[in-house]
Design a protein around this ligand. Structure first.
Ligand SMILES: NC(=O)c1ccc[n+]([C@@H]2O[C@H](COP(=O)([O-])OP(=O)(O)OC[C@H]3O[C@@H](n4cnc5c(N)ncnc54)[C@H](OP(=O)(O)O)[C@@H]3O)[C@@H](O)[C@H]2O)c1
Length: 326
């Protein structure tokens, strides 16, 4: 069952499962952004139990990250956890974080999970609307900066690494009127385009889907498997800016636990070795929205890629953005 009723149905009747008991992550290094709270924390907890050699937490508040580390090490004491500072709202922070990650022996899995849902128009660094700045520009730049480390790791380990970007089923539900503007991202900075309620947040998650697909199309899947995942509608800190109380009711009726959302992210990151450029939902590969799959969606995907690369080159000159064949 598709559409919004399909979403409600799945929220009621699909039960996300943890990773199979037989899966071991021994010897693996795993990076998770936004691991201090919500779905990132639950994913980290689940993965830590599979005994990877090292977890790297990218967090904007190191104290909160250290608290999460302490919590996880109570049940998984042998896992080494590094808590490194990372703010998606600062290009310098993203560049410094990626440089630090580049010093590790190898990086097997990277989950770009950090994100926000701002329900009111706010301008962030560089004059960008905040959902776009954090969820799209921050995530996209980090994906580019981590790519060389993942590609080198694949050569060292002889196995493809996984890069997974957290998006949302909400990408199905937005009109995305800005797509017809001469400059889509610049248009999204204008207040009048913000839309109502969660429209802009969901549009930023649509950008995550488009970005993932275009990035994957440019990267050799023998080196890095790149996918995007919908964690489902879950309890977490994400909904804190919703003041009407409606979300609380919908969560109470249909929401999954944070742990169940973590199961979906753990599954998307670790399993699906044969997927590349795919949208994962309900712990399997699914068709993304009709718009994403359409010819228009594919053309917009390329425009978003070009605009984003140009913008990042201009606004983050210290970032070494890899070159790709077009
Ligand atoms: N929960 C859902 O129903 C749902 C549904 C679909 C998709 N998602 C996606 O799932 C991902 C995780 O969200 P969540 O539900 O777990 O929300 P959450 O509980 O609010 O956690 C978000 C995480 O992202 C971090 N973060 C926010 N802004 C950041 C920044 N500028 N730099 C670095 N880290 C930042 C937060 O750090 P602080 O603690 O410092 O704020 C926190 O660790 C997001 O990408 C979200 O869009 C969630």
């Amino acid at each position: 069952m598709g559409g919004f009723f399909g979403f409600l149905w799945n929220q009621l009747f699909f039960k996300p499962k943890p990773l199979e008991a037989s899966i071991s992550l021994e010897g693996k290094t795993i990076l998770i952004t936004g691991a201090n709270f919500g779905l990132g924390l639950e994913t980290a907890r689940e993965l830590a139990a599979r005994k990877p050699s090292r977890l790297i937490f990218g967090v904007r508040d190191v104290k909160k990250g250290e608290a999460a580390k302490e919590l996880i090490q109570k049940t998984s004491p042998t896992v080494e956890i590094d808590v490194w500072t990372l703010d998606y709202n600062s290009y310098d922070s993203l560049v410094n974080f990626a440089s630090r990650v580049a010093t590790v022996d190898h990086l097997d899995y990277a989950l770009l999970n950090a994100g926000i849902k701002m329900m009111e128009y706010q301008v962030s660094d560089g004059g960008h609307e905040t959902n776009v700045r954090i969820n799209h520009l921050g995530t996209s730049l980090l994906s580019l900066l981590l790519l060389p480390t993942l590609q080198t790791s694949a050569k060292v380990t002889g196995k493809p690494c996984h890069l997974t970007i957290v998006s949302s089923e909400g990408h199905f539900w937005v009109p995305f009127h800005e797509r017809t503007a001469p400059k889509i991202l610049a248009r999204m900075n204008e207040k009048e385009t913000f839309g109502t309620a969660m429209q802009r947040y969901y549009t930023s998650k649509l950008l995550n889907v488009l970005w993932t697909r275009e990035l994957a199309s440019k990267v050799n899947d023998k080196q890095v498997r790149i996918n995007t995942v919908n964690p489902g509608f879950c309890y977490s800190g994400l909904h804190r800016h919703e003041s009407t109380g409606v979300i609380k009711i919908v969560l109470w009726l249909f929401g999954w636990t944070t742990e169940q959302g973590g199961h979906c992210l753990a599954d998307a990151l670790i399993e699906h070795d044969d997927s590349h450029g795919e949208y994962l939902s309900l712990q399997r590969t699914m068709r993304p929205s009709d718009f994403v799959a359409s010819e228009e969606g594919k053309a917009v995907q390329k425009r978003i890629w070009k605009e984003t690369i140009a913008l990042l080159k201009e606004e983050a000159p210290s970032a070494r953005i890899p070159t790709f064949d077009d």
